[in-house]
Write a protein that binds this ligand. Structure first.
Ligand code: PEP
Length: 252
C-alpha cells in the first residue's frame, strides 16, 4: 500500500491534474493499492474524478471525528459520512492530530472502533518523538500506542483484518530526515512481534501490514521499501508532485 497524504495542500485544479497524471503513470501491474488522501473538503470531488474515469486510485480520509455520547461537534466528520461518500480508508492517530488536536488513545480507540463498524479500512499511525528516541524508550512508547489495538480485539475480531499500522517517527515527519533503514527494520520487527505475541493476533492468524512514513522521497524510497519488514509507504510532502509520487509508487 502506497499512500499519498496531501495534508492541508492543494486545490481543485492541482488535484484534478495530479489524479490524471498519477493514474496515467502508475504501473497497473503493481498490486500495491495506490491510496490518495486529499483534504476533506475535496473528498467528494476526488472520488467523482476517479469514478468517472475508472482510475485505479483508492480514496482515504485524513480525518475522522468521534464524539462521546451526549456531546456534539461542530465541523465534525463521522465514519458514517465517510462511508456514505464511498471512502475506503481513513488515517487515525496521525501525530499532527495527536499533537495539535490533543487526541489521546481513548479517543483514537473510539475512532478506530467506529471506522471498523462502518467497514472502513483503518491506517493507524504511531510513532515516537525525538525525546523518547533519545531516552531509548521508543519500544515502550510504541507498545502503549499499540495497546489501543489490543482493546479492540474482543469486540471486533472479525474486522481486525481491515487495520494497517503506519510507523511514522515524529522527528522524521516533514523534517527531511528519514529514519535509517536499519532503524526502520528493527522498529517494524518490534511492532510486528508485539502485535503477534503480546496482543496475540498470530493466534487469530491476523498480521497487519506495517507502513513506514517520514520524509520518504525519490532518493530513499527504494532502500526503505527493500526491507522485508516494510509493507508500504505513507508519504506526505513528496506525494504532492505527481511525477515524484508515481515514480515512488512504481519503484515500490
Ligand atoms: C506524513 O505526514 O504522514 C508524512 C509522512 O509526511 P512527510 O512525508 O512529509 O514526512
Amino acid at each position: 500500500m502506497i499512500v499519498a497524504n496531501w495534508k492541508m495542500h492543494g486545490d481543485k485544479q492541482s488535484m484534478a491534474a495530479w489524479i490524471e497524471e498519477v493514474s496515467n503513470s502508475i504501473n497497473l501491474k503493481n498490486i500495491n493499492p495506490c491510496i490518495f488522501c486529499p483534504p476533506t473538503c475535496y473528498l467528494e470531488y476526488a472520488i467523482r474524478l476517479i469514478n468517472e474515469n475508472g482510475y485505479h486510485i483508492e480514496i482515504g480520509s485524513q480525518i475522522l471525528n468521534y464524539c462521546f455520547e451526549g456531546e456534539s461537534l461542530t465541523g465534525g466528520i463521522s465514519s458514517t459520512m465517510l462511508k456514505d461518500l464511498s471512502v475506503e480508508y481513513v488515517l487515525v492517530g496521525h501525530s499532527e492530530q495527536r499533537n495539535f488536536l490533543k487526541e489521546n488513545n481513548n479517543v483514537i480507540s473510539k475512532k478506530i472502533e467506529k471506522a471498523l463498524n462502518d467497514e472502513l479500512s483503518v491506517i493507524y499511525c504511531i510513532g515516537e518523538d525525538i525525546d523518547t528516541k533519545n531516552k531509548n524508550e521508543t519500544y515502550l512508547f510504541l507498545s502503549k500506542q499499540l495497546d489501543v489495538l489490543g482493546r479492540l480485539q474482543s469486540k471486533h475480531e472479525d474486522k481486525l483484518r481491515s487495520i494497517t499500522v503506519a510507523y511514522e517517527p515524529i522527528w522524521a515527519i516533514g523534517s527531511g530526515l528519514n529514519a535509517e533503514k536499519k532503524y526502520i527494520e528493527k522498529t517494524h520487527e518490534f511492532i510486528k512481534n508485539y502485535i503477534n505475541d503480546d496482543l496475540g493476533w498470530s493466534n487469530l492468524d491476523i498480521y497487519p501490514p506495517v507502513l513506514y512514513g517520514g520524509s520518504v522521497n525519490l532518493t530513499n524510497c527504494e532502500e526503505i521499501i527493500s526491507s522485508t519488514a516494510v509493507d508500504g509507504l505513507l508519504i506526505g510532502g513528496a506525494s504532492l508532485n505527481s511525477e515524484t509520487f508515481s515514480k515512488i509508487y512504481n519503484l515500490s
